[in-house]
Design a protein around this ligand. Structure first.
Ligand SMILES: Nc1ncnc2c1ncn2[C@@H]1O[C@H](COP(=O)(O)OP(=O)(O)OP(=O)(O)O)[C@@H](O)[C@H]1O
Ligand SMILES: [Mg+2]
Length: 150
């Protein structure tokens, strides 16, 4: 599949950068005219993954969160959120609804479930003490819509 645009953004794991990531991903997908629902879905999924990188991956530690995204000619979005934080010991368990390691901090354990329900595909690659990569895909526009614009 031919890639028609690509971006990368590195930022500090600070809470205010959740909204930065939401804004950047919105602006990035705007050219393929997503519906309001698709826009909301992508922003929410990215925001959940970025929040996880900040609150679980790094906690108080320093490092960078990397957001990468690409769009293909058929309106397929690929987005990746990566941290070099503490990593996840058991990814399968972490992805289960309501599983959280931060009950005390009022977390509901629904972040991965939200990502899965709002995106077409979610892949989690993680290694303890090395970090975590969350890769997600979503089809935003039918092929003919983009072909017409070209
Ligand atoms: N980037 C990450 N680095 C380290 N651990 C992570 C990361 N992302 C998720 N986790 C682990 O996976 C668990 C489940 O994540 P999930 O987003 O589903 O729930 P949560 O963050 O605990 O709660 P919620 O997202 O509902 O506020 C987390 O509690 C945490 O232990
Ligand atoms: Mg979460």
């Amino acid at each position: 599949m031919k890639i028609i645009n690509e971006m990368r953004l590195d930022f500090w794991p600070r809470p205010e950068n959740e909204s930065l990531a939401r804004m950047v991903i919105s602006a990035f997908i705007m050219p393929v005219n997503p519906t309001l629902e698709q826009l909301g879905d992508v922003k929410t999924a990215v925001s959940e993954a970025v929040t996880n990188a900040i609150v679980h991956g790094y906690r108080e530690a320093r490092g960078l969160v990397r957001l990468r995204a690409s769009l293909d000619e058929e309106g397929g979005l690929s987005v990746e959120i990566a941290d070099k934080g503490c990593g996840i010991a058991d990814v399968e368990q972490a992805r289960r609804p309501f599983f959280t390691t931060m009950e005390d901090a009022d977390r509901s354990g629904m972040g991965f479930t939200v990502m899965e329900s709002f995106m077409d595909e979610v892949e989690v690659i993680s290694q303890v003490n090395s970090g975590t990569i969350v890769r997600m895909r979503k089809r935003l526009a039918p092929a003919h819509a983009l072909a017409r614009e070209a």
